[in-house]
Design a binder for this molecule. Structure first.
Ligand code: PLP
Length: 396
């Protein structure tokens, strides 16, 4: 065996990809599978965005761009940030990366090492914990509770901070729960963080505009008192249905305290990926500056499906589901079914032809829950709910 460093054995997975692979394999054998597993919009990227990439290729944009991204793409992110948060950031703090994940990777790598603690949401996006463990830092789960509407609690979060805490990861609207943390709770958290100036913050805001029922996302950028230690993760994947384009952005700290982080992420880019492919960066500008009617139509479709999923789940025996306020996930409580979540998810895929993800794939507090992505048609959602109901009754 060739020796590799132990860190690689600590890397985790995103089980959604394994479920997708299994669902595809089953479908390949002729099985009819409804996929509510994968977290990506089922819509095509709007045509004017595709056209912008084609034009960029035809115009000869085939080479490297600056490692931090094209100036025009960073300027577009500045405009978009002003429009959604009211905050004017400098393009010198904006970084364009190949997706949302590389910001996570960069930020966790910058702060994680043996002896350091990193706080992350549980249940939460599984890559946070995986990357924290990769660095040798201690992952400290911040409980995200159903009784709290799956918002994070400022008090509970602050109580976990110690002198060895380096980084606090926040995510709202959240994967896998659809929870949106209210502004009042974030205000309380920010106030408390003033007592802990050694803690950097990574706010994953990739679902920022994906909210419902008039709910508004509260960006951490709107708190100038933490801007010098705040990294905001965002990107094109979800909002404009561009997961395969690998386009993300992040906003890095300003001020004496944190400005040096930007040069570090730039160097990481130079060492790892050089830059994001040029045509995608032109497409990214078109996404931000172009018409947003298709985004609005996508959100209306998600909203209809959200209601269908929640209503359907609550009608099933042993299942209850609070109404998610953001993203495109429902996180039903299945403890009344008597099933362990991963066992039920696996049985539903193999026996009922419904792909979804067991809650424990998102953390220890995920036991007793499952994640359904409602990025699928209303017909398919109705079929999936029917199949889950039939399965639960047949196996009661
Ligand atoms: N952050 C959260 C909370 C996510 O759910 C996802 C994708 O599922 C990402 C980041 C990563 O996005 P990307 O595909 O752009 O890397």
């Amino acid at each position: 065996m060739i020796h590799t460093i132990p860190a690689f054995d600590r890397l985790g997975e995103e089980n959604a990809f394994a479920v997708l692979a299994r669902a595809t394999a089953l479908a390949g054998q002729g099985r009819d599978i409804v996929n509510l597993g994968i977290g990506q919009p089922d819509f095509r990227t709007p045509e004017h965005i595709v056209e912008a990439a084609i034009k960029a290729l035809r115009d000869g944009h085939h080479g490297y761009t600056p490692a931090t991204g094209l100036a025009a793409t960073r300027e577009a992110v500045v405009r978009r940030t002003l429009a959604t948060t009211g905050v004017e950031v400098s393009p010198d703090n904006v970084m364009i990366l190949p997706g949302g994940k590389p910001t996570m990777f960069a930020a966790i790598l910058m702060f994680g090492e043996a002896g350091a603690d990193i706080l992350y949401p549980d249940p939460g996006f599984p890559i946070y914990r995986s990357m924290i463990e990769f660095t040798g830092a201690r992952p400290v789960p911040v409980p995200i509770r159903e009784e709290n509407g799956f918002a994070f609690s400022a008090d509970e979060t602050l109580a976990l901070i110690t002198p060895t805490t380096r980084l606090l990861i926040l995510n709202s609207p959240a994967n896998p729960t659809g929870g949106v943390t209210p502004r009042t709770e974030i205000e309380k958290l920010v106030k408390g963080l003033e007592r802990h100036p050694h803690v950097a913050i990574l706010s994953d805001e990739i679902y920022d505009v994906m909210t419902y029922d008039g709910e508004r996302h509260c960006s951490l950028l709107t708190f100038p008192e933490i801007r010098d230690r705040l990294i905001v993760l965002n990107g094109w994947s979800k909002t404009w249905a561009m997961t395969g384009w690998r386009m993300g952005w992040s906003i890095w700290p300003n001020g004496d305290k944190g400005a040096h982080l930007y040069d570090k992420v730039r160097k990481l880019a130079v060492n790892c990926w050089s830059c994001v492919n040029a045509p995608s960066q032109y497409a990214g500008i078109a996404a931000i500056d172009g018409p947003q009617d298709e985004v609005a139509a996508m959100m209306r479709a998600f909203d209809r499906r959200r209601k269908l999923v929640v209503e359907g789940l609550n009608a099933l025996p042993g299942i209850s589901c609070i109404t998610p306020k953001g993203a495109f996930y429902a996180f039903p409580n299945i403890s009344g079914t008597g099933w362990k979540a991963k066992k039920l998810a696996s049985a539903l895929l193999e026996e009922a032809g419904v792909a979804l993800i067991g809650g424990p794939d998102f953390g220890v507090l995920g036991e007793g829950y499952m994640r359904l992505s409602y990025a699928n048609s209303e017909d398919n959602i109705a079929r999936a709910l029917q199949r889950i109901g039939d399965f639960l009754i047949a196996n009661a």
